[in-house]
Structure formats: C-alpha cells, structure tokens
Design a protein around this ligand. Structure first.
Ligand SMILES: [Zn+2]
Length: 320
C-alpha cells in the first residue's frame, strides 16, 4: 500500500485502529492507515465502487428536510464570544469583503448570504438539491451537483472555500488541481478539515467523532497538505488550529450514546426516536456545556496547535 498523498510505502495501521460508521450505521469495518513519511492518515479500505458511494450518501448519510422559512445566513460576529465559541473554525470567516468567491459544499447557502452581505460576488456548489429553493429565493448563484471547474472561466476566483469537505474526497489532489485552475494567480483556497494529530484523535481513538468512516477518507497533517498543495500547483501559506467548541459537546454525547456496528447513533441519526434516557443525556451534557468548560478546554488545546480542526490557506503560485 502507498500513501495517496506522498506515495511513500512506509504505511502502518494507525495504532491498529479499526472504525465503523458510528453515526448512520453503514455496515462494515474500516482500517485507518498512517503514513510515517508525511503523517497523512487515510482509510485503507475505502468504499471504491461508485454505486456503493451513491448508496452510502443517499441511503445512510442524512438528507435533511429543509424548511426555507427557517433559513438564516451567517452573520458577522465579533469579540470574545465568537472567540470562545471557536467561530473562526470555518473557512468562510476568513474571506475578505469585495472579492469573487466560490464555496464548494455550500450546504443551504448560509455562507453565500454572508458573502453577499459583505459585497462579494459569491458562487456556490452543493450536491444536496435542497439548496435550490434558497438559491431561487435569495438570488444565489449555485450549481447543484459535484464541483466541476469547467463550469467557470479559468482564473476567475479570488477565493475558494471548502468547509469540512476535502476529507470526503476520494482524490483530494485532483480536487486541489481543479481549484487551482479557477483561482487567479495569488488567489487563495481556504480549507477547514479535522486534525488527526490533535488531542481528540489521540485520546478518543476509534471513538473520535472525526474518524467519521467511511465518509471521511483523508485526514491531513500539515506536511501532507503541503505535499498535496505543491502537487496541485499551490503553496501552503498558513495553517491555523481553531475548533468549534460545540464539537466537544458532541464528542461527550457521542461517547455516552455510542452505537454498535451496523446500527445508527441515536444522537446523530435524527430519524431515530429518542427514549427518555437519551434525551436526559443530551440535556445534561447541554447544561454542562453552559459551564463553558468545553469552550475553555477547546481554546486551551487550540493555543497549543492540538485542537481538532485545521484551517489551511493555500495560495496559487503566480507563474507570470
Ligand atoms: Zn505520505
């Protein structure tokens, strides 16, 4: 086996970690491999048939029923509250005003509303067709489907953002190449993605919420992202470790309500009915969250670069 990023053959199974779909109950076991050269982690036996991938995302991964009246774009945030909550863990928060920007995996378009309020020329890509109604109502420019660089003129965008998306891609280097094609020289791609070398992965191991198999295929280190970027004609300009404090709340609930293999989690799978004890656990952990201990721990680990979430800033090399 070779590292999908640096092609090294120095691959070990990460602390013999075997994981399964502990959110939506897709059956099977998945092995986390670790590259000793670039510290990239990846699922050694990912789902490869496109038919199975379609099944995975259509039958297991939740397609939410979206109420358009409840749609709220992301708003400007400032101050200590935003810092404490870890709001700057999202890539879109780092995009300046008055630029042309594409958000890949734009969900229901909350980031597009934010960009628009900041006078940006904003575009979105989203596989979930729920976005269509929001886009029509608010006049957002959205492509429903997979990201396809040929839909845009070359060197068109100042910024491209991907929040918690790159880890789902089968071939992330190709995705970065495609992004490079549509970025202007010196344009910036901003990616947020889980940090497999942080405290969460080390402590919680196979029960870490971000070993989200088989959906998360790639877990980048600083070095593996640098190598992937270089192969795609980009340079790794800057790395930040900032984590949303709610992730730790979810982590505690996930540990307490951890399901068996092949069964969906009563916490993550909203289609499952919650019993009184489940609701009680969620309620108690919610009250604990109000003590802000989760927030303070998250800020503590982030300061030391050991938090659960990376933000990578990749710049397109100006060859002129
Ligand atoms: Zn490697």
């Amino acid at each position: 086996m070779k590292c999908p990023i640096c092609q090294s053959i120095n691959i070990s199974q990460r602390h013999q970690l075997t994981v399964f779909d502990d959110r939506y109950g897709y059956p099977g076991q998945f092995k986390i491999a670790f590259c000793s050269n670039c510290h990239h982690q990846f699922i050694a036996n990912p789902i490869s048939s496109s038919q199975e991938i379609i099944k995975l995302y259509s039958e297991y991964y939740p397609r939410s029923t979206f109420n358009i009246d409840k749609y709220k774009p992301h708003k400007e945030i400032k101050g200590i509250r935003a810092w404490l909550d870890g709001k700057y863990s999202s890539a879109f928060r780092w995009v300046p005003t008055d630029v042309t920007v594409l958000d890949i995996g734009c969900g229901f378009g909350e980031s597009l509303g934010y960009y628009q309020s900041r006078n940006c020329n904003a575009y979105g890509v989203e596989i979930d067709s729920n976005i269509t109604r929001v886009a029509e109502k608010f006049g957002y420019k959205v492509h429903v489907g997979l990201f396809d660089p040929t839909l845009y003129p070359d060197i068109f965008f100042d910024y491209v953002t991907m929040d918690q998306v790159i880890e789902h891609n089968v071939d992330p280097i190709q995705t970065l190449k495609n992004i490079g094609q549509i970025l202007q020289p010196n344009g910036i791609a901003i990616l947020s993605t889980p940090n497999p070398n942080g405290w969460g992965a080390r402590v919680f191991r196979s029960r870490w919420i971000n070993y989200h198999a088989p959906y998360h295929i790639h877990y980048f280190s600083r070095k593996s992202m640098q190598i992937a970027a270089t192969k795609a004609g980009l340079t790794l300009e800057k790395v930040k470790v900032i984590t949303n404090s709610e992730w730790l709340l979810y982590q505690w609930i996930h540990l307490i309500l951890f399901p068996k293999n092949g069964v969906s989690s009563v916490f993550w799978d909203h289609a499952r009915e919650k019993k009184f004890t489940h609701k009680l656990v969620i309620r108690i952990m919610g009250l604990f969250h109000k003590t802000k201990l989760n927030h303070l721990s998250t800020r503590f680990f982030d300061i030391f670069g050991l938090g659960d979430n990376y933000i990578f800033f990749l710049k397109k090399i100006d060859e002129s």
